[in-house]
Design a protein around this ligand. Structure first.
Ligand code: ASP
Length: 310
């Protein structure tokens, strides 16, 4: 497991806002062949700035993670929202989830009409009695006062080219690019948000770990907020987000120790790669991956330090 960023808990009793984001983990060359690293860094910085503004303005951790993820969904470089990976039929089927430290959660799978799937996930949390809705209609999204688009809004020329190349077996399918954020707000609340187009050339109707609470997305004030990226099937089988949380909560291990144990036992054993961003309500934070590379960034309320990795 490689560590991009690690933060110790804040001084005892002190609450500092913290924001971590990711733009996917995977084979570096596949994603960077699409655009220069500088463009990814700028995209990550824009997302970090948006989430940070929310936290500085005193908004909740849930507001901040949604603000950051929306920016990445709107940026066609990342595998979420516009510019998401395509199914083998050439369609964009988007998954997203949000959760806060009080255990409130919302998710959508196979979303095609909400311009920002992360806001559709938040609407499920705030406006329904449910946790996960599959294939929400355009009418439903509009009824939640969300901006809606035609499904081809999400399809970009470079993703179509990528799909063609994968289907012709000229390149291996990319297993990266999902976006996510975790945050602590000024009141000590935590939240996570994750959004993805899934795997390039995935089957129509396939749902990955992103939309599944406990697998790719999880938050609890009693343990951690975490957002995952990587080979979704392994993250589902290993219930990776919750596995790290349970090790922190019941095992009493550090975030780094818990994350390392989960990577060893649930990912390495399955031959799977990916990355995680996670933090505790006490301010311990970790960006880790076992893939070649990971796009990520952090803003640390202590000293106003921020950095992006691409
Ligand atoms: N975890 C995502 C999925 O399986 C893919 C990714 O992170 O790139 O849908």
């Amino acid at each position: 497991m490689n560590i991009l960023y690690s933060r110790q808990p804040s001084a005892r009793g002190e609450i500092r806002p913290v924001l971590l984001i990711h733009g996917g983990a995977g084979p570096r060359t596949t994603e960077l062949a699409l655009q220069a690293a500088q463009d990814y860094r700028r995209g990550l910085q824009d997302a970090l700035d948006s989430g940070r503004s929310a936290l500085v303005a005193g908004q909740s951790a849930l507001d901040a993670v949604c603000a950051a993820v929306m920016v990445l969904e709107d940026n066609p470089l990342f595998n979420a929202g516009r510019g998401a990976s395509l199914t083998r039929e050439g369609t964009a089927e988007l998954d997203a989830a949000v959760m806060d430290g009080d255990g409130r959660a919302g998710a959508v799978a196979v979303s095609r009409y909400a311009r920002n799937p992360v806001l559709a996930a938040r609407a499920v949390l705030e406006r329904t009695d449910h946790v996960l809705l599959v294939s929400p209609t355009a009418e439903l999204a509009a009824g939640w006062y969300l901006a809606t688009v035609e499904p081809d809004y999400f399809v970009t020329a470079h993703r179509q080219k990528q799909l063609d190349e994968v289907l012709q077996r000229e390149i291996a399918p990319s297993k990266s690019g999902t976006v996510g954020a975790v945050a602590i707000d000024a009141s000590g609340g935590v939240a996570c948000a994750t959004s993805t187009g899934g795997m390039v050339a995935q089957a129509v109707g396939r749902v990955g770990d992103t939309a599944l609470i406990g697998a790719g997305s999880f938050a609890s004030s009693k343990s951690i907020a975490v957002s995952c990226t990587g080979e979704g099937e392994a993250f589902i089988q290993g219930v990776v987000g919750h596995d790290i949380a349970a090790r922190v909560r019941y095992g009493g291990a550090t975030l780094e120790g818990s994350t390392r144990a989960t990577y060893d036992e649930e990912l390495a054993g399955r031959g799977a790669t990916g990355g995680t961003i996670a933090l505790t309500p006490q301010g311990e934070a970790l960006i880790a991956h076992n893939s070649n590379a990971m796009f990520a960034g952090h803003w640390d309320g202590d000293g106003d330090h921020s950095a992006v990795y691409a």
